[in-house]
Design a protein around this ligand. Structure first.
Ligand SMILES: Nc1ncnc2c1ncn2[C@@H]1O[C@H](COP(=O)(O)OP(=O)(O)OP(=O)(O)O)[C@@H](O)[C@H]1O
Length: 365
């Protein structure tokens, strides 16, 4: 298995910078998720690690060895794509055998059988081995595609949105299967997605990518609870974090046309200490408490029923923000409700740079 390092990587296509000064350390046996919107540079990163492309500047290291001049075969890293790269007229068994039959390996048929049987057992596709791959469902095809990577016993697995063509239910099932698989194999996984739920539910750590740069690296908990920037705060979490223009003065935060006025406490208080002036204030919907003890009043603009809870869009003048409420609470559009922002759950971001005050202080220290 493998530890992967990207050291100050830049990649420019013609005049387009796809990656800028990107550094990453993926530990041996880690499930690392690279998360970012379309065009952020996720596929480019995978291609550079797999050896399908070379960086313009910077080093790619596998287990400490610089592999920039190695071919893809020498790197021995499996890449699973979002599009099924299976041979439709071949059976599942033939598809799984294919990567092992190259003359480079020289495996005996007995060795090939052992690997195919073991991979199909892990993926629970033993009953499909003699079926042609064009007679499989989407989820089965995706399992076979992953099986083709597993039989090779590569040093690491790179996965480029392998679940994106599947329906929501299957995606959810395969998410936990993939995580189980990675733990069973003890393998290094680098999984690319633009879906923050996939990233949060599978990653040991997440690297958030924005326009070719790393916006933040951290555990799902850190990324969700202590986003480094407005970009990370608004990209991770559903609903996205509420972000509003606000003013901080002497530890008090004023927002929503002055109708919200709270004394910041906890991390939020420490973040804002010594700062007087405008900020971008962020708060997660679940940290907006709706109930009679609220300190301010809002109109209910919209109600989404998510089964376990309601996602409310509240309106104060022309400011909209989201809150959650138990599904049992009878709330309807245009009701007037009281609400409060949990004072120690507020995040303050610099209005110019978008960087969180906590992270800004870390950077300056
Ligand atoms: N071969 C290429 N030639 C020119 N530009 C390219 C090439 N490959 C990628 N790019 C550009 O590099 C940037 C990053 O592309 P990349 O495919 O890595 O993004 P991505 O995050 O994987 O996006 P998506 O989620 O849409 O797959 C984009 O601006 C893209 O247009």
């Amino acid at each position: 298995m493998a530890q992967i390092t990207l050291d100050k990587i830049s990649k420019t296509y013609a005049a387009t910078p796809a990656l800028r000064d990107l550094s990453l350390d993926i530990a041996d046996g880690e499930f690392f998720v690279l998360l970012g919107p379309t065009g952020a540079g996720k596929t480019t990163t995978l291609r550079l690690i797999a050896g399908l492309d070379k960086p313009t500047t910077g080093a790619v290291r596998i287990d400490g060895q610089d592999v920039v001049d190695w071919t893809a075969a020498q790197r021995d890293i499996a890449l699973v794509f979002q599009y099924y790269s299976l041979y439709p007229r071949y059976t599942v068994r033939q598809n799984l055998e294919f990567p092992l039959k190259s003359r480079v390996h020289n495996y005996t048929q007995a060795e090939i059988d052992t690997r195919v049987n073991s991979a199909s057992k892990i993926l629970r596709i033993e009953h499909l081995l003699e079926r042609k791959t064009d007679k499989l469902s989407g989820g089965e095809m995706q399992r076979v595609a992953i099986g083709r990577a597993i039989v090779r016993e590569p040093r690491a697995f790179l996965m480029d949105e392998p679940l994106s063509n599947l329906d929501a239910k299957l995606r959810e099932a395969l998410r936990s299967e993939l995580k189980d698989l990675q733990m069973k194999l003890g393998a290094t996984f680098l999984f690319v997605t633009h879906d923050q739920i996939e990233a949060m539910s599978m990653g040991d750590r997440i690297g958030v990518l924005d326009e070719g740069r790393i916006a933040q690296i951290g555990t799902p908990y850190e990324i969700y609870n202590n986003p480094r920037s407005v970009f990370v705060a608004s990209f991770v979490g559903s609903p996205a974090m509420n972000l509003v223009d606000a003013t901080v003065r002497n530890g008090r935060l004023t927002a929503l046309s002055g109708k919200l006025d709270i004394a910041l406490s906890g991390a939020a208080g420490r973040e804002a200490a010594g700062h007087n002036g405008p900020v971008t204030a962020g708060i997660r919907a679940e940290d907006v408490v709706v109930g009679p003890d609220g300190t301010a009043e809002a109109k209910v603009h919209h109600v989404e029923n998510h089964g376990v809870e309601l996602i409310l869009t509240l309106r104060v003048d022309d400011h909209l923000f989201k809150a959650t409420a138990p599904a049992t609470v009878p709330i309807k559009i245009e009701d007037t409700v009281r609400f409060a922002w949990t004072a120690d759950k507020v995040h303050c971001f610099d209005t110019n740079t978008g960087i969180s005050f906590t992270h800004r202080e870390k950077a300056a220290a």
